[in-house]
Ligand binder design. Structure first.
Ligand SMILES: Nc1ncnc2c1ncn2[C@@H]1O[C@H](COP(=O)(O)OP(=O)(O)O)[C@@H](O)[C@H]1O
Ligand SMILES: [Mg+2]
Length: 182
């Protein structure tokens, strides 16, 4: 039996240095973020596409911009002046918004010792109806939901630049494809 094709790749530019590829399994978008405000703007754009029940895994080394991304995302949901501290020690910060908008739970799991300990942080309750932003999602091992968006930040060509790779499971395909120019 011939091998099944893995999917059709569609490629096109996004902004200056972007690329979308789609396979039957997932959709990936790569973008250059020249400055921190590009990171905040991308986060705000994704906030406008996000809905209750979404899980967004923020990956990348220390200082790559995971908390900055979360800040841009949460401010886009709110008034724009939310403080958004890093949940380094609290492990989770919960944001509530008016007018029926979903809660946003911002996790930083770097200090989580055992993946099951996440349930003590209200993880199950959050998965039900909130949007989850999770720094250090690796700490969850198999507890990390498969249906999710991965946002992977890495160093760019200058100290203020970053590269981001967005990789979304099925529920994100249409939304990520919408990031391409019309
Ligand atoms: N393009 C960029 N995107 C995000 N952060 C950037 C960018 N350029 C510089 N920075 C800086 O990098 C740091 C990122 O810190 P932070 O978001 O706390 O990282 P992390 O949560 O991944 O450890 C901040 O000091 C931020 O100002
Ligand atoms: Mg952080």
């Amino acid at each position: 039996m011939p091998a099944q094709p893995r999917g059709v790749a569609t490629a096109g530019p996004i902004g200056l240095n972007g690329r979308v590829t789609a396979t039957s399994a997932d959709t990936a978008v790569s973008l250059d973020l020249a400055t921190e405000s590009d990171t905040l703007a991308l986060a705000a754009r994704l906030a406008s596409l996000a809905k209750a029940g979404d899980v967004i895994a923020l990956r990348g080394e220390l200082g790559s911009g995971k908390t900055s991304f979360a800040r841009g995302f949460i401010r886009a949901f709110g008034r724009g002046d939310e403080e958004v501290p890093s949940p380094t020690f609290t492990l989770v910060e919960v944001y509530e918004f008016p007018e029926g908008a979903p809660e946003v739970w911002h996790f930083d799991l770097y200090r989580l010792t055992k993946s099951e300990d996440v349930y003590e942080l209200g993880f199950e309750e959050a998965i039900g109806g909130a949007i989850l932003l999770i720094e250090w999602p690796e700490r969850l091992g198999p507890l990390l939901p498969r249906e999710r968006l991965d946002v992977e930040l890495s160093a760019g060509s200058s100290p203020g630049a970053r590269r981001v790779r967005l990789r979304g499971s099925r529920g994100w395909a249409r939304r990520l494809a919408g990031l391409a120019p019309q």
